[in-house]
Design a protein around this ligand. Structure first.
Ligand code: TMP
Length: 222
């Protein structure tokens, strides 16, 4: 059994995960921890190549099943190369997205259903579950507006081509959003739902509170 603590952040595109992960990592460092931070897809050399296929706006015609299989291929690599070894060494792992994203985006958004995703998770990831999942979920309209704004900004600033998901229709994001709510209602022990139109500081405070509680349970307080 892993001895570390596995924390994941989830939410729609533009929910502010990146900012919050930076704040959380700094908060953990101030308390004497050196967290291992990674994102999915990506986070390993192999995963970064898979990410390119998955998110590149030029990757047209990727079938939903292919997309899901690639997400799990990326995850299997991250678990083997980074997550398991870090947990076994007693580290705190902070991961930007994990299987909840696959359930929300491929299971919900692409309508493949939860059962298939959960079954694959069991087979490919050996059922590895986060100890704590922070789900950032402002109201649907606000989430959508943020995702669209982020896409425009990133494209204008960097000419980035990682826009394959952001280019999806509103109905897709509605299904993703609803699936996330379904996961939160089902996984009440693991998932902390942070909703409403909160400031960056307010979200950080809620995250810090939930993480502090979890670290205390794991006996990792300073
Ligand atoms: P990011 O910008 O947060 O790194 O997100 C990458 C995109 O990939 C985002 O639109 C969500 C999507 N995604 C899935 O569709 N399924 C998954 O399993 C993961 C991890 C991400």
């Amino acid at each position: 059994m892993p001895r570390g603590v596995f924390i994941t952040l989830e939410g729609l595109d533009g929910a502010g995960k990146t900012t919050q992960i930076k704040r959380l990592a700094a908060w953990l460092r101030r308390r004497g921890h050196e967290p291992v931070v990674l994102r999915q897809p990506g986070g390993t050399a192999t995963g970064d190549r898979i990410r390119e296929i998955l998110l590149h706006s030029g990757s047209k015609g990727v079938a939903a099943m292919t997309e899901m299989a690639l997400m799990f291929a990326d995850r299997a690599q991250a678990i083997a190369e980074v997550i398991r070894p870090a947990l076994e060494a007693g580290r705190i792992v902070v991961c930007d997205r994990f299987t909840d994203s696959t359930e929300a985006y491929q299971g919900g958004g692409r309508a493949l259903g939860s059962q298939l995703v959960l079954e694959l998770h069991r087979l490919v990831c050996d059922g590895l579950q986060p100890d704590l999942t922070l789900l950032l979920l402002p109201g649907f309209e606000a989430s959508l507006a943020r995702a669209r704004r982020r896409n425009d900004r990133v494209e204008a600033e960097t000419g980035s081509s990682e826009g394959r998901f952001e280019a999806e229709q509103d109905g897709f994001f509605r299904r993703v959003w609803e699936k996330y709510r379904e996961i939160a209602a089902r996984e009440t022990e693991r998932v902390v739902l942070i909703e409403g139109d909160l400031s960056i500081d307010e979200v950080h405070e809620q995250i810090a509170e939930a993480v502090a509680e979890r670290l205390m349970l794991a006996g990792k307080t300073d």
